[in-house]
Design a protein around this ligand. Structure first.
Ligand SMILES: NC(=O)c1ccc[n+]([C@@H]2O[C@H](COP(=O)([O-])OP(=O)(O)OC[C@H]3O[C@@H](n4cnc5c(N)ncnc54)[C@H](OP(=O)(O)O)[C@@H]3O)[C@@H](O)[C@H]2O)c1
Length: 332
């Protein structure tokens, strides 16, 4: 994987403002189109915070923005070329400056949240998508959490209406979203069945799953067990088979971003009221909840592999190739 360090067109404005290094993708493509280039230092606008980035991680959303696939997303991100050329969503770091109207954060604060352009030395983040990071929580842990953790929390608590004592099955409980969902479900007081591949059985047990199903040996839908909620992160089984596993009033919630699977969900939703799918949204209060669990040890992100910022293209190539395990980290 070659990583260019040449100046990108965006570097032109760096003559008027001090510059920093950031990952760009001037065109859609695979990891080879990503360049690390000098870029004008961002300025925090009204309601924004400038963060010196210490850690970030790779999410499917980054992959979608990089490749422009599925094609439908180009209606939002730019038809022929990406409108937004900076990459990286998750951010953990230290506040460098605040924009007008920001009162909750000050330079020097340790924070984490969701940005547009986190694979850089500095990133601007809306204050409403940022939370303080408790002392003792390493940036490397916090950088793995924002988007995937928010998806897990909102999927289980808000869309799945999971309550303490209920039984939840998480299909895909070892990946970026799933291994955090497993721990979030435990923190919410649920009984958790984790569906993972053989290589992740021990991890699921160590993270607190009450029951672990190895999908390479057992079909989780061929069982008499019943659940109050299925959180489907993998979308590997027919919806009809999943529905059969639910108690009366049981819910099914999917995070799966695959277009074909989404179409199936849209059709099934016409006949199945307790079926949900959603897009996570950045939310400071939810980040605060996750920060508390990071601090008290109930949330322990698993880092599968870690890359320095100047090897971000290698990280993306490895992520596209898989298998991905839990999280792929990008650190300063
Ligand atoms: N809606 C939202 O807001 C939102 C946010 C984030 C992500 N997403 C979507 O959520 C999905 C998962 O994201 P992610 O980052 O967690 O992906 P990931 O890290 O690749 O995880 C995928 C999971 O699926 C499991 N899996 C693969 N094949 C399986 C099978 N046949 N049966 C059961 N499990 C299987 C994997 O288990 P093994 O590794 O053990 O094989 C792994 O646990 C993606 O579609 C992504 O686009 C949606």
């Amino acid at each position: 994987m070659s990583l260019q360090s040449a100046a990108a067109p965006a570097a032109a404005s760096s003559t008027t403002r001090p510059s920093m290094v950031a990952a760009h993708h001037p065109i859609y493509g695979d990891a080879s189109v990503v360049i690390l280039a000098p870029t004008a230092r961002p300025k925090p606008h009204e309601g924004e915070v400038l963060v010196a980035v210490h850690a970030s991680s790779v999410n499917y959303g980054d992959q979608v923005m990089l490749t422009g696939r599925p094609w439908l997303v180009r209606l939002v991100f730019g038809l022929r070329r990406p409108k937004r050329r900076l990459l990286g969503i998750d951010v953990a770091g230290v506040v460098a400056a605040v924009g007008p109207g920001v009162t909750d954060f000050a330079p020097g604060d340790r924070v984490f949240g969701q940005s547009e352009g986190a694979w850089a030395e500095l990133a601007t983040v809306p204050a409403k998508a940022l939370a303080h990071l408790p002392d003792g929580v390493p940036f490397a842990a916090a950088g793995a959490v924002p988007l995937a953790g928010m998806t897990a929390l909102q999927g289980l608590r808000d869309h799945g209406r999971l309550r303490a004592g209920e039984r939840v099955l998480i299909n895909g409980a070892s990946g970026g979203v799933g291994h955090l969902a497993l721990q979030v479900a435990k923190a919410l007081g649920a009984h958790v069945t984790a569906v993972v591949s053989a290589r992740n059985v021990a991890q699921a047990r160590a993270l607190g799953a009450d029951v672990v199903v190895d999908y390479t040996r057992q079909d989780f839908t061929a069982t008499d067990a019943r659940y109050d909620l299925i959180l489907d992160v993998a979308g590997s089984q027919p919806l009809r088979a999943c529905r059969r596993l639910l108690q009366d009033g049981g819910r099914y919630v999917s995070t799966v971003g695959n277009l074909r699977f989404l179409l199936k969900l849209v059709v099934a939703r016409l006949f199945w009221r307790n079926l949900g799918f959603f897009n996570q949204r950045a939310d400071a209060a939810d980040l605060h909840t996750l920060a508390g669990w990071l601090a008290d040890g109930r949330l322990r992100p698993v880092v599968e592999r870690s890359y320095p910022l100047d090897k971000v293209a290698d990280a993306l190539a490895a992520f596209a190739h898989g298998p991905n395990g839990a999280k792929t980290l990008i650190v300063r």
